[in-house]
Design a binder for this molecule. Structure first.
Ligand SMILES: C[S@@+](CC[C@H](N)C(=O)[O-])C[C@H]1O[C@@H](n2cnc3c(N)ncnc32)[C@H](O)[C@@H]1O
Length: 408
């Protein structure tokens, strides 16, 4: 069944394309915005691969380096600096060769052949005050140590963001094996998990390994509920993903997740998780996730599964009334109100990426009209003395918006 890892880089597969697309659309916006802090960016591709696939397509390192160069070229920052580092256990030489053309005035990519989990702390130890971005795209789950993710939050970076490929089905499969249960779902996941070398058996070591990945033992209750037929395999995966996000939220303010559904609309194959402490990054990524999932939807439709409905990132049919109600519920939890961007990012973290950020602003517009919310704007009036009507914040223009629910 297992083909091993050697053919991973022969042809770039659909799921690699989707991951890289999510990264490729996000990085230009991220670099532009964060460079304006005038603090260096340290970008690390922690499981970088070869840099290039044998079919000539670029892998994540070359994609990021192209964006580094164009972002620095177009930046209005005083001295834009993006340091890059690429770690891979197996492909140091290939990585060096495939990134060599990016040794230029924008920097020399650092290539490390080694294990992310052994290298990363050393690499980050002198990056205090910098902006750190980690792209974490392993084959499987073994190297996803929660304690490391949790530690990064305390390093004193100016900012930190992570984009993680979490093979949540792979986790559930391993979790069931560790607890001597068969994990049965109607779809083959072999095309994804064949690259996961994690051998898990029913031993204490395996249980400990899974605890260290999940950041706790909450997954064991999920396996027990699955064994007792209280939930099916898909529901188990969903519950695990939610539990995992809850763990991450103990250390990071904003956590988003995009299930990646290839071929079938119904069930994800894995999840891309974005972690940040800044609302701007969270909103940019949420809008990016929504756009990418719309593209994916069109691609799946083209494979013959037509649908009249629109869907959110989690594959739920979009119901604007439901989004309105969620917004009202959320506002009820913050009686003193919240500034607009923080509110959007917190809303997406709480309910998932149910729409684009623009839809939430449109909902506020309605709420303001019918007196459901109070909107406090700074400045309160336009230069010509009219009441301000904006819902977008702009730090440079010193423009802020606070939303507070009335009539709770
Ligand atoms: C899914 S591939 C990465 C693909 C890459 N993101 C791209 O777009 O081309 C995972 C990579 O992780 C490497 N790897 C496996 N275990 C690792 C570890 N512990 N630390 C760093 N790299 C590792 C493998 O050699 C493989 O190249």
């Amino acid at each position: 069944m297992s083909k091993g890892n050697n053919d991973f880089f022969k042809v770039k597969k659909d799921w690699s394309e989707i991951k890289d697309r999510l990264l490729a659309y996000y990085l230009p916006q991220y670099f532009q915005k964060v460079l304006m802090t005038n603090k260096p960016i340290f970008y690390v591709d922690c499981f970088a691969g070869m840099g290039k696939f044998d079919d000539g397509k670029d892998g994540s390192p070359r994609i990021a380096l192209q964006i580094r160069d164009s972002s620095i070229c177009h930046s209005r920052a005083q001295s834009p600096l993006i340091n890059t580092c690429f770690i891979d256990l197996n492909y140091g030489n290939e990585l060096k060769a495939n990134t060599a053309e990016f040794n230029n005035q924008n920097g020399i990519p650092l290539v490390i052949q080694g294990r992310y989990e052994e290298e990363i702390e050393k690499l980050l130890s002198d990056k205090r005050g910098q902006n750190v971005f980690l792209y974490i795209d392993p084959y499987g789950i073994r190297a996803l140590n929660y304690t490391l993710f949790s530690k990064f939050a305390d390093y004193g970076f100016s900012s930190i963001e992570m984009l993680i490929n979490m093979n949540s089905f792979g986790f559930m499969r391993a979790a069931c094996r560790a607890m001597k249960v068969d994990y049965v779902i109607n779809e083959s996941l072999d095309d994804l998990v064949e690259y996961d070398p994690t051998q898990v058996d029913a031993s204490v070591q395996s249980i400990n390994l899974l605890n260290s990945i999940a950041g706790g033992d909450f997954w064991q209750t999920i396996v027990m509920d699955y064994t007792a037929n209280k939930i099916d395999g898909y529901e188990a995966e969903k519950r695990f993903s939610n539990g995992y996000k809850q763990q991450l939220r103990k250390k990071y303010t904003y956590v988003l997740d995009m299930p990646i559904c290839i071929k079938s609309r119904q069930h994800p194959k894995y999840r891309m998780i974005h972690i940040s402490n800044h609302e701007d990054g969270c909103i940019l990524m949420a809008d990016n996730m929504f756009s990418r999932s719309e593209e994916l939807f069109v691609e799946v439709q083209n494979q013959g599964q037509l649908s009249l409905f629109s869907f959110d990132v989690q594959n739920n049919t979009i119901d604007e009334n439901d989004i309105r109600q969620k917004m009202l519920d959320f506002l009820a939890t913050v009686p003193n109100g919240m500034t607009a961007d923080k509110l959007i990012a917190a809303f997406f973290t709480e309910y998932g990426v149910v729409c684009k950020s623009g839809v939430l602003r449109d909902i506020w517009k309605e709420f303001e009209k019918n007196g459901t919310i109070e909107v406090i704007r700074i400045p309160a009036t336009t230069p010509t003395g009219l009441p301000s009507a904006f819902f977008t914040e702009d730090r440079k223009k010193k423009q802020s918006v606070t939303i507070r629910r009335l009539r709770i």
